[in-house]
Ligand binder design. Structure first.
Ligand code: CA
Ligand code: CA
Length: 170
């Protein structure tokens, strides 16, 4: 895959972060995702899990801004995402997973409703809330449970997340 093709693939991930679809990624996209996840799982913003999710979302945004907000205006444009994020992520995919880790950890705490791990159906709900198409969400969630034991581990989620955003296909 050549560099131009890679950047096109990365650009297609931009829409996944631009949750409100206003053409740039900013803090509201992350806090909005947190609010939508809390609503889906019936968790309040004031609860420990709710606070944890919001702080994870803020850390995720700060990490994203740190690598991609080139002009420092607190917005990541499509072009900034391509030029700022793609090059760095191609060099170091795990870096991206580390930026997302606190948020994903908090999402897992919310989606793991009975304390026994995240089920594929809970993972599917998370993905749908984040704007993944229902059919794709179901497929991805099922694939996450690689060993078929009905539970998805944090490491499985982190590596799938990194792979989805920095490689051509999920
Ligand atoms: Ca946005
Ligand atoms: Ca910017």
């Amino acid at each position: 895959m050549d560099s131009a093709e890679y950047e096109r693939k990365i650009a297609s991930r931009f829409a996944a972060f631009d949750q409100d679809g206003n053409g740039y990624i900013d803090r509201e996209d992350f806090s909005g995702a947190a609010a939508a996840l809390l609503a889906e799982f019936g968790t309040t913003a004031r609860s420990d899990k709710g606070q944890y999710l919001y702080s994870g979302a803020e850390a995720f945004w700060q990490g994203m801004a740190g690598i991609a907000d080139v002009d420092g205006d607190q917005r990541v444009t499509r072009q900034e995402f391509i030029t700022g994020a793609a090059k760095r992520l191609r060099d170091n995919p795990q870096r991206f997973a580390e930026i997302a880790r606190p948020f994903l950890h908090a999402v897992i705490a919310i989606a793991d409703e009975d304390g026994s791990g995240v089920t594929p159906s809970a993972a599917e709900r998370v993905l749908r809330v984040l704007g993944v198409q229902p059919g794709v969400a179901k497929q991805v969630a099922a694939a996450l449970d690689a060993d078929g034991d009905g539970r998805i581990s944090e490491e499985e989620i982190l590596s799938a997340f990194a792979a989805y955003y920095v490689t051509p296909e999920p």
